[in-house]
Design a protein around this ligand. Sequence first.
Ligand code: DAH
Length: 337
Amino acid sequence: MNLSELESLTTRAVADLSAAATPADLEALRIRYLGRNGAVNDATAALKAAPPAEKPFWGKAVNAFKSRTEKALADRRAALASAAEAASDDFDPTLPGAWISPGTLHPVTQLIDRTTAIFRRMGFTVADGPDIETEHYNFDALNTPADHVSRDTQDTFYLPAARLLRTQTSAVQARYMEANPPPVRIVCPGRCYRRDTTDATHSANFHQIEGLYVDRAVSLANLKSDIDHFARELMGPGVKSRFRPHFFPFTEPSVEVDFSCHMCGGKGCRVCKHSGWIEIMGAGMVDPNVFLAAGYDPDAVTGYAFGMGIERLAMLLFGIDDIRRLYENVVPYLSQF
Ligand code: DAH
């Protein structure tokens, strides 16, 4: 075999393969050209026997033979297969297709959407802050003294350089006021982190939504009526709120807010532990020290703030009894809601 014979062999092989009429013909051609005792072997033998000066040319030509015939073989094989499929009666175009699940939103995402939508309708906008916070915004600027229990390493994930994973979305309040003059009307949904041991009601990673309203002459009455409105919108028309005195470093006075039980209407049931009320959030009037830290004049403005856990709302509304269900990512379970 010489080089020009190899070239015409290549052309012929490609033409034959491309014209094969049946898979059996194609297989016979494959054996003839590319099989163990096929033409490819003669070409390789000729390459080995070639004088050193000609070897590069032979090498190229043999490679071209192999790659062009292999490509022609694969192309023809695919063409014959799709022709066979098109001709076969097995394909029934009236059969229903494979069902594609549209997916569902995670219960936590649903509650973030629902709560922010309610507050948007009340004139609030949505603000955001980083998960990795500084001690300053998470504690100092929120009037939380250095020796306050909530700073304890048992509660907080500390990071180097006075940073931490924020323990509360309240940190966004401090950031937002520092960057924006009053009036302020924001809600801030987001992730929070605490060194809690996971159980049915605790998770080291959870979500809160914070609210902050600052203007001239904002009062506790505004807080009460806005929270009542929120309670009705989220839980149902008959739901009321009640305030119990409490303490938070960043508010004075501070309250804990309960909603009347949406399940039993306040008569007492398993969900409200037979008390008729369910604890929902912390709230209060913004402490003057928080205004001072943010550069606001506490004599010119007042404000209310609140913060609540999103997982808790999702569990109450969907009847989920264990917070861990929200994080195990069992899709059939989560997609019920
Ligand atoms: N940050 C508080 C917590 O994580 C919740 C809270 C209470 C937020 C009172 C507030 C507030 O804005 O005024 O427990």
